[in-house]
Design a protein around this ligand. Structure first.
Ligand code: NAP
Length: 269
């Protein structure tokens, strides 16, 4: 019997990752001789450490190694990569499926969004905020970044045509103007600070997305649901970025609904 093909998610920290549950589940669904693990990568030279992972057929990359992953690759489709694939000739290819994963999740949660969303508010100015804003920018006339550290929001806005930045003290006004709000900070995550989101200011037909998935029902999503707004939780993006990675490795688009069932079970365990 041939050895199983090896896959991993690399990051620091990484033990909390749900990617092993998701990918090992799909390996079983599709009868693939492969195994997937969470691999802590801590190194002074992450680019070299990533290039040394030659025993793997592919890896997902999480914080803080996404930039190093793009640099480590022989060819990269993005400056910040979350998927790596070793080719038959030993070279390394890098991709980013985060933005497309977010859009696929939004298509599922709010199928009407394309005609409806003219103005998107991105809360946060980290890696996830940028990837999502870039993915939205071709379909949305205006993107506004709002972030605790305003200079970071301004810096991101400068990189995208049609984007601007708002002050954190103007959160309620920014909420009142947006058709889509995407919460991309760590606020509301288990063990992190919470925030009193001004959901009462939202338009009645606003779509509210929170990419935090621990907990799955964040305070923001609870408040938005209570107001009857369309909501999208953080699992959709996680699953669809993973499904796109799986497709890059195996040429199969896996079953997102089965992954969702397994991940909800894992989150409740
Ligand atoms: P990051 O680059 O470290 O950015 C963190 C962001 O959170 C920054 O905008 C930061 O603002 C803000 N923040 C942190 N503490 C804050 C506080 N007390 N008050 C206000 N803002 C605060 O992280 P990231 O990679 O973009 O990830 C952000 C979140 O998205 C994490 O919760 C992560 O788990 C989640 N995520 C989910 C998915 C998914 O598939 N669902 C994918 C990627 C990320 P400052 O600039 O002011 O520090």
């Amino acid at each position: 019997m041939t050895a199983a093909r090896r896959f991993a998610v690399i990051g620091d920290p990484v033990s909390h990752s749900l990617s092993p549950v998701m990918h090992n589940g799909w390996f079983k669904d599709y009868g693939l001789n492969a195994e997937y693990e969470a691999l802590l990568l801590r190194s002074d030279d992450p680019v070299a450490a990533i290039r040394a992972l030659k025993g793997y057929a592919g890896v997902n990359v999480t914080v803080p190694h996404k930039e190093a992953a793009a640099k480590a690759a022989d060819r990269s489709a993005a400056e910040v990569a979350n998927v790596l694939r070793w080719e038959a000739d030993g070279t390394l290819s890098a991709y980013n499926t985060d933005g497309a994963g977010f859009i696929a999740a939004l298509d599922e949660a709010a199928p009407h969004w394309r005609g409806h969303v003219k103005h998107a508010l991105i809360v946060g100015a980290g890696g996830a905020a940028l990837g999502i804003a870039q993915a939205l920018s071709s379909d949305v006339a205006r993107v506004t970044f709002i972030n605790r550290t305003q200079s970071k929001a301004e810096a991101l806005a400068e990189t995208l045509p049609g984007a601007d930045a708002a002050a954190w003290s103007d959160l309620a006004r920014a909420f009142s103007e947006a058709d889509l709000i995407v919460q991309c900070t760590t606020l509301g995550m288990t063990g992190q600070a919470t925030h009193g989101w001004p959901v009462e200011a939202c338009k009645p037909d606003a779509i509210i997305s929170d990419i935090v998935y621990r907990p799955l029902k964040t305070d923001l999503l609870r408040a938005a649901k209570a107001r009857g707004l369309t909501t999208m939780d953080g699992l959709g993006m996680l699953i669809h970025q993973g499904a796109l990675a799986f497709e890059l490795w195996f040429g199969i688009r896996p079953d997102a609904a089965r992954a969702r069932e397994r991940l909800i079970q894992a989150l409740n365990a």
